[in-house]
Ligand binder design. Structure first.
Ligand SMILES: [Zn+2]
Ligand SMILES: [Zn+2]
Length: 410
């Protein structure tokens, strides 16, 4: 049975975010914006839902390699085994993370973690919903080296959980601790878009890999956070796929076949030879950098916050109720994904946001009534999801008419 340590830590995440918010307020700083935080947490929730689809395959393949091809055997009681497994997970995490920054199609799955222009604990939860699909092959060598699945899974969760607390601007330098370990200061550099900070400090728990493999950079000037090509959107779907959509567009725009393929494997920023080249990474300054912001009246912000809390509650119910029938799981997942999608769209002041939200509410009311008080058959569920999908496709088709200037490639 799979223990989702990350989901178990959800209450602690919220308490610590509250503490960070209050301490910052007492110091006269505001580290959180509602639109940005909801965007972070939405990406976090999406990234807990997608493994429900592919995670079983990962466990199966890992365990199959472990059972048939392991070169050695470690007992769950061996302290040495736990230490080696921790080092192994951290080492392979470093290389996966480094590759996400140097290979464009992998950057597409990791870029959502970097696209917030804030730096606070909620950014730690902002994850690429599809990152796990690409990261798991990196850990398969640990099955060959004989580390049993529960040990590897526990160490991998530890690696993820460790990285929560380093996403804060409230903790400064940490003396001897930062010689070996990843710290808020080291990881702020990792999120910086100042030219000297790009592609530095990829470590998970330990910073020693960066020092060994030449990717370490000390924090000097205050970083500007975000991505070189700003996301400038609160749309949660766009947040997850925007870099792949961009790669697709430049790969279609070039007439050179080789370049159409190279676009996906070259480092981010590489351009086909017949397209305008990206210049050097521009200098930025924390004091003058303009962050993307689209705010709404307080009443609408309260409405969005309530919808978000409902989606969060549904997420907790879904993640902790393993015995839920499959049709109800689909219902919950559809509710969570569509609610969070609409909250993001509402922040964007799009003319279609309100009609789309009304349509969503109507569908959900009918669906939940049928699921809990009537009979919800599989065909009704399929028809409902098909109509919902058609509404979304229509929405995106309308969106195409007014593409934002920053998503144009020229
Ligand atoms: Zn990164
Ligand atoms: Zn981070």
């Amino acid at each position: 049975m799979r223990v989702d340590y990350i989901a178990l830590a959800i209450p602690a995440f919220f308490i610590l975010m509250g503490v960070e918010y209050l301490i910052a307020r007492l110091k006269g700083k505001n580290l959180y914006r509602l639109n940005d935080t909801i965007s972070d947490l939405t990406a976090g929730i999406y990234s807990r839902l997608t493994p429900l689809i592919y995670f079983g395959l990962f466990v199966f393949v890992y365990d199959w390699i472990y059972r048939n091809y392991r070169l050695m055997e470690w007992s769950m009681e061996s302290v040495l085994a736990w230490i080696l497994c921790f080092l192994g997970v951290d080492f392979f995490y470093y290389w996966f993370h480094r590759h996400t920054h140097s290979i464009s199609f992998l950057w597409g799955c990791h870029e959502p973690h970097h696209s917030s222009e804030e730096y606070n604990l909620s950014v730690a939860l902002r994850q690429g919903a599809f990152q796990g699909v690409f990261s798991w092959p990196y850990y398969l060598p640990l099955a060959l080296f004989g580390f049993p699945w529960p040990m590897m899974a526990a160490m991998s969760s530890f690696n993820t959980l460790y990285q929560f607390w380093i996403h804060t601007r409230l903790i400064g330098r940490m003396g001897w601790f930062e010689i070996l370990f990843n710290t808020p200061s080291h990881h702020r550099v990792h999120h910086g878009i100042n030219p000297e900070y790009i592609d530095k400090n990829h470590g998970g728990t330990l910073i020693v890999w960066d020092k060994l493999f030449g990717s370490f950079q000390k924090e000097e000037q205050e970083p500007v956070y975000g991505t070189v090509k700003p996301l400038a959107s609160w749309n949660p779907f766009y947040t997850q796929i925007q870099y792949w959509a961009y790669l697709w567009r430049i790969s279609r725009a070039t007439k050179f076949w080789k370049d159409k393929l190279l676009v996906w494997v070259k480092p981010p920023g590489w351009k086909p030879r017949d397209l305008p080249q990206s210049g050097p990474i521009p200098q930025v300054d924390a004091a003058s950098y303009k962050k993307y912001d689209a705010t709404q009246p307080v009443s609408l912000q309260i409405y969005i916050a309530i919808q978000f809390v409902l989606a969060l509650a549904a997420t907790v119910l879904l993640l902790f109720n393993a015995s839920m029938p499959a049709s109800q799981k689909v219902l919950y997942a559809t509710f969570i994904v569509s609610t969070l999608f609409c909250t993001g769209i509402l922040f964007e002041k799009h003319s279609w946001a309100a009609p789309l939200e009304l349509l969503r509410l109507a569908f959900q009311a009918i669906f939940f009534y049928l699921a809990f008080y009537g009979k919800l058959s599989a065909p009704a569920l399929a028809i409902g999801i098909a109509i919902g999908t058609a509404a979304l496709v229509y929405y995106f088709w309308r969106e195409q008419q007014n593409l934002k200037p920053q998503v144009a490639i020229a």
